[in-house]
Design a protein around this ligand. Structure first.
Ligand code: HEM
Ligand SMILES: [Ca+2]
Length: 509
């Protein structure tokens, strides 16, 4: 049903383990994350709490704009990340009687984020589900280490539109219509009569509500994060409509096709469009045209020796670079591409898990005009993640305001991602000394790593891989000096593992 690698049908399939490029580093060697035992020293220092790193290094009250690209570049990043990676989390009911929403203790599966900033308590954190499959090919030590899963298909195959299992796929289709189309919302249409995504079936859903009028539930799509933000929901809605438009056109010219044939052929086209947009339009802008040419280049055909599975370091660190490109303001524009008088711009936290703003505030158009008509947020050394997501992140099922930077760091530790100097030096066949000297010589670019290091020697530079992906060179999107090239080295676009993708290490410039 889904894309398969012929000789290795589990490669890249949904619900298989994220692959490792380096062995995990757990505090007890097997499964406990670093920081589980706060007294334990790492390289002679206590590991700084994730929330402290977030507040002191990563959060920013404002963001600059980068006129080179529109906000759509950022939103496509989030959308396509949901096609290729979803790391499922344990629930409090996984064989344990602790409630991770309440506890401040490190008790499996809870690894709460201590506030450490005058505020009492903790932010809830559920450890990622562990894989029960043991891969003895990787050696006994690694075989026993905790591994995490990818619930999505690793391929860019529009799984965020169609789902990654048969049950969800059937739910999303308009099977009674016998027309090869996807099901649409039965309650609401947009002001011009165009369809919305269907609602989830478990009601009432946890999505935020307008205080007046009818409830608007969370939408459903091939990926369950669809209602997280308005641009994301708008892109999902566009693909629903595009599927149904193409299905209708195919039916029109191929009257003899069965509904199944129409559906499958349309799906192939939609999947191809996702690949084209990502590799032709998105990736070169993120990593720069030269890096794209160097590391990826033109498609040379199917290679059965490449394991396309998403790497752990990619899902838990590298591709989260996008969190530093989130804008604190969501622009909504009218037909003249001016701020919409009826539906003005919004602070980001007011837009998260709020699908009612699509249904009751003009449909997807004001949002889509906003994402193509406003500039992307630049990442500069002093402005990493907007405080809208470090102080006011909305996550379903908890009333607490969450911190995305702290979640990212804690997730890296939860997954046992190796510390960055070690990781970089081994991945890149370089050595730690050479890497640190390249950092030294980089000081005029004032990476926060070096700048803040003088103040807080032990804080950064020893933490997790993801700082690497976040610390930028002058502009994130220009592609000239961005260290998003590192994300490329981490293998996103090559879609293979280290042995399959030889590349040369060169110091960051
Ligand atoms: C408003 C925008 C966004 C919000 C609110 C958001 C929120 C989140 C949250 C809450 C998580 C889970 C954190 C955890 O518990 O570990 C996450 C994961 C992630 N995000 Fe974002 N994000 C946004 C934009 C982006 C962008 C622009 C990108 C990339 C270009 C991105 C890439 C990822 C990736 C790769 C993951 C890991 C997915 C997984 O494997 O489960 N996100 N995001
Ligand atoms: Ca996929």
């Amino acid at each position: 049903m889904f894309l398969f690698v012929r000789q290795n049908p589990r490669w890249g399939a949904a619900n298989t383990a994220l692959v490792r490029w380096l062995p995990a580093e757990y505090e007890d060697g097997e499964s406990e994350p670093k920081g589980w035992n706060p007294e334990r020293l790492h390289n002679g220092f206590q590991l700084p709490p994730a929330r402290t790193v977030s507040r002191e290094i990563m959060t920013s009250a404002s963001k600059w704009k980068d006129d080179s690209y529109s906000q759509l570049l950022v939103d496509w990043g989030q959308y396509i990340s949901h096609d290729i990676t979803l790391t499922p989390q344990s629930t409090s009911t996984d064989g344990s009687d602790v409630d991770c929403l309440k506890t401040c203790e490190n008790v499996h599966p809870c690894f709460p984020i201590k506030m450490n900033d005058g505020l009492q308590g903790c932010m809830p954190f559920f450890r990622s589900t562990s894989d029960c499959f043991v891969n003895f090919q990787s050696g006994i030590r690694q075989a026993l280490q905790r591994q995490q899963l990818n619930a999505m298909t690793s391929f860019i195959d529009a799984s965020a539109v169609y789902g990654h299992n048969q049950k969800l796929e059937s739910f999303l289709r308009d099977l009674p219509g016998r027309n090869g189309k996807l099901a649409v919302n039965a309650r609401f249409k947009d002001p011009k009569g165009r369809p919305y995504l269907p609602f989830v079936t478990k009601l009432p859903s946890a999505c935020h509500q307008d205080l007046q009028g009818e409830r608007v539930e969370c939408f459903s799509a091939g990926d369950n994060r669809v209602s997280e933000g308005l641009p994301l929901t708008s892109l999902h809605t566009l693909w629903l409509r595009e599927h149904n438009r193409i299905a209708e056109a195919l039916k029109h010219i191929n009257g003899h096709w069965s509904p199944e044939m129409i559906y499958q052929e349309t799906r192939k086209i939609i999947g191809a469009l996702h690949q084209i947009i990502t590799l032709r339009d998105y990736a070169p802008k993120i990593i720069g045209p030269e890096s794209f040419k160097h590391y990826i280049g033109p498609y040379r055909g199917y290679d059965p020796s490449v394991d396309p599975s998403i790497a752990n370091v990619f899902a838990a660190a590298a591709f989260r670079f996008g969190h530093a490109t989130i804008s604190p303001i969501l622009c909504r524009l009218n037909e003249s591409f001016q701020e919409d008088e009826r539906f003005p711009h919004l602070r980001l936290h007011n837009t998260l898990f709020s699908p009612w703003r699509i249904v009751k505030e003009g449909g997807i158009e004001p949002v889509l005009r906003g994402v193509i008509g406003s500039a992307a947020s630049a990442v500069s050394a002093d402005m990493l993640l907007a405080d809208e997501v470090t102080e006011r992140l909305v996550v379903l099922d908890t009333l607490k305001q969450m911190d995305l930077a702290a979640l990212n760091l804690q997730r890296g530790r939860d997954h046992g991602l190796p510390g960055k100097i070690l990781a970089e030096s081994q991945i890149c066949h370089s050595n730690a000394i050479r890497l640190s000297s390249s950092y030294q010589s980089d000081s005029n670019h004032s990476t926060p790593c070096l700048k803040k290091q003088t103040k807080k020697t032990h804080i950064i530079c020893r933490i997790d891989c993801k700082e690497l992906a976040l610390f930028p060179k002058p502009s994130l999107f220009t592609g000239k000096q961005t260290n998003l090239r590192w994300a490329c080295r981490y293998g996103f676009f090559s879609q293979g593992n280290l042995s399959a993708v030889p590349y040369q290490w060169s110091p960051p410039v």
